[in-house]
Ligand binder design. Structure first.
Ligand code: CO
Length: 211
């Protein structure tokens, strides 16, 4: 009897064998260099795997995931990933991908304290507050959550645009293009909701003039 975790190791062995069979240089090539064009910022949700749903292979996407795909300007983890992706890997695109049916979005719309995560979800409550009229005008809780999911993605794209890292690269390197997407758990389809790139005029309050 193999346990659940042993099965993972077995699957790994057969995957590695398959890779070598179809592409003998696969691992030696990837072990030397990674040149992904994309940085993916997605939800930790196990049902939204970045590579599977985009049909990409190892080496193609640099990935950061957290609960509800947030870009928080004091998050040293995300900022380290962002800086490395933009300045070293020189990615051309950054995708923030939310998803309908997100537990983080739902929890942020409710009023129960859940522990430490309250602090994290506060960021989504702030997005709700900014767009409260629009969201509250929706007919039911599902429509409200769906709209908040889309608006949250747009807000995170704007949070990226507010960083010195993105502004500097926009100014000197004409990249990256920022894409806000929402993935449907029901049908597996990604819906693009917004796009921002070099030349986009961000709110002057957040604009740095010495980069
Ligand atoms: Co989620």
């Amino acid at each position: 009897m193999t346990t659940a975790y042993e099965k993972l190791l077995e699957k790994n062995k057969s995957w590695a064998n398959e890779q070598i069979k179809s592409d003998p240089d696969f691992f030696s090539r990837l072990s030397h260099i990674q040149t992904p064009e994309f940085l993916w910022i997605g939800c930790s949700d196990s049902r939204v795997p970045a590579d599977k749903i985009t049909g990409t292979q190892p080496g193609e996407i640099f990935v950061h995931r957290n609960i509800a795909n947030l870009v928080v300007h004091t998050d040293i983890n995300l900022l380290s990933v962002l800086e490395y992706a933009v300045e070293v890997l020189k990615v051309k695109h950054i995708i923030v991908c939310g998803h309908y049916g997100c537990g983080g979005i739902k929890a942020a719309m409710e009023n129960h304290s859940l522990g430490i995560i309250d602090k994290w979800l506060r960021n989504i409550k702030d997005v709700y507050r900014i767009h409260q009229t629009e969201i509250d005008n929706k007919n039911n809780i599902e429509e409200k959550a769906n709209r908040l999911t889309e608006l949250n993605v747009r807000e995170q794209i704007m949070n990226l645009a507010k960083t010195s890292i993105v502004q500097k690269s926009w100014k000197h390197d004409q990249r990256p293009l920022l894409h806000g997407w929402v993935y449907g758990l029901n049908d597996g389809v990604i819906k693009p909701v917004c796009e921002m790139g070099p030349g986009f005029e961000i709110d002057p309050i957040y604009k740095y003039d010495n980069l």
